[in-house]
Write a protein that binds this ligand. Structure first.
Ligand SMILES: [Zn+2]
Length: 123
């Protein structure tokens, strides 16, 4: 997406380079923690480097999230995804179903309230 109104309106998330367990071998991209669906979304490709700022549409499976209208800007850090990936708790399939139905249970609230420890420690 080009810079402009959508760029300015898009929230900023930290990006971490690496490969998620669901990605094919050899794959590497910038991953962001989505606090709406409480999963990692992957963007970019193996040309993405720390310091890049990407603007992407969210891959969120849960409707009505904060990134639906304008996507988000990803500031790519030099912290590898492998340092933070497993620190975040992700929803069960049942919790994903509940979120897709618009239900916000206490467990879903806790999932969404998680902060990436790296950011908490460096505030
Ligand atoms: Zn999401």
């Amino acid at each position: 997406m080009a810079r402009g109104e959508a760029w300015d309106a898009a929230p900023i998330l930290m990006g971490f380079l690496g490969r998620r367990p669901i990605d094919p071998a050899g794959w590497r991209h910038a991953c962001v923690w989505c606090s709406w669906c409480a999963t990692w979304h992957g963007h970019g490709d193996d040309t993405t480097v720390p310091g890049d700022v990407l603007h992407r549409a969210s891959h969120c499976r849960i409707p009505d999230g904060p990134y639906q209208d304008h996507g988000y800007r990803i500031v790519v850090t030099n912290v590898p995804l492998s340092d933070v990936y497993r620190l975040m708790r992700q929803p069960t399939p049942k919790q994903i179903d509940a979120m897709q139905d618009g239900q916000t249970t206490e467990a879903v609230k806790r999932l969404r309230a998680q902060e990436i420890p790296f950011l908490r420690e460096h505030r």
